[in-house]
Design a protein around this ligand. Structure first.
Ligand code: PGA
Length: 226
């Protein structure tokens, strides 16, 4: 089981340090924290496994605001999230750029959590499977690649997919690409057990509930029990 914390644009260095000083990753679960870039170094000093929230498809170049795989590996960062729905929604990320980011990061030795998931309207129109097929078409299985299935309507909304719905989507993702699949979207201590006990749910990508040491620790404990 892998439980990954996506802190998004939350936590200064001081707040990162405070979290890391209090958080003890429970034994028996793989834990990853993805803080904002400016807090990477502080987070790394904790000895936890640290990912970036994005990574570029070139090693260097005129790409203002971007960060490259060698810059992350030099720091000691172990991996990166790519293709998060907020990147797609607000920053022009496409299936193609997400896949390029993932491929280059994997080549550079980083691990990757690649995010996919349908919009609410797409689910209502019965397009979930075709959206997932399109989003995953450019990805190839890799030993350091993990997919996060995050239905966009469940992210930060408090609307969690039912365990059955998550299981169905995960099984479909696995029929397309044979890698572990995390569930993301309003995962909380109260719903973690039922989601994580589904056979094709291999962990979680947690946003809001990962910002608090106690709730994140509880989710990690649920992963061990599942
Ligand atoms: P959430 O975010 O847990 O706050 O819904 C999940 C994510 O965006 O990765």
């Amino acid at each position: 089981m892998l439980i990954a914390a996506n802190w998004k644009m939350f936590k200064t260095q001081a707040e990162t340090l405070a979290f890391c000083n209090h958080f003890r990753a429970p034994d028996g679960v793989d834990v990853v924290i993805a803080p904002p870039y400016a807090s990477l170094q502080v987070a790394l000093s904790s000895g936890l496994t640290i990912y970036a929230q994005n990574v570029h498809w070139e090693d260097e170049g005129p790409f203002t605001g971007e960060i490259s795989p060698p810059m992350l590996t030099e720091l000691g960062v172990a991996g990166a999230i790519v293709g998060h729905s907020e990147r797609r929604q607000y920053f022009g990320e496409t299936d193609e750029t997400a896949a390029r980011r993932a491929a280059h990061a994997l080549d550079a030795g980083l691990s990757v959590i690649a995010c996919v998931g349908e919009l609410e309207a797409e689910r209502e129109q019965g397009e979930t499977e075709s959206v997932l097929r399109r989003q995953l078409a450019r990805f190839a299985a890799h030993e350091r690649l993990v997919i996060a299935y995050e239905p966009v309507w469940a992210i930060g909304t408090g609307k969690t997919a039912t365990p059955e719905l998550a299981q169905e989507a995960h099984a479909f993702v696995k029929s397309l690409i044979d890698v572990p699949v995390l569930y993301g979207g309003s995962v909380k201590p109260e719903n973690a057990a039922e989601l994580l006990s589904q056979p094709d749910v291999d962990g979680a990508l947690v946003g809001g509930a990962s910002l608090d040491v106690d709730s994140f620790t509880e989710i990690c404990r649920e992963a061990i029990r599942s």
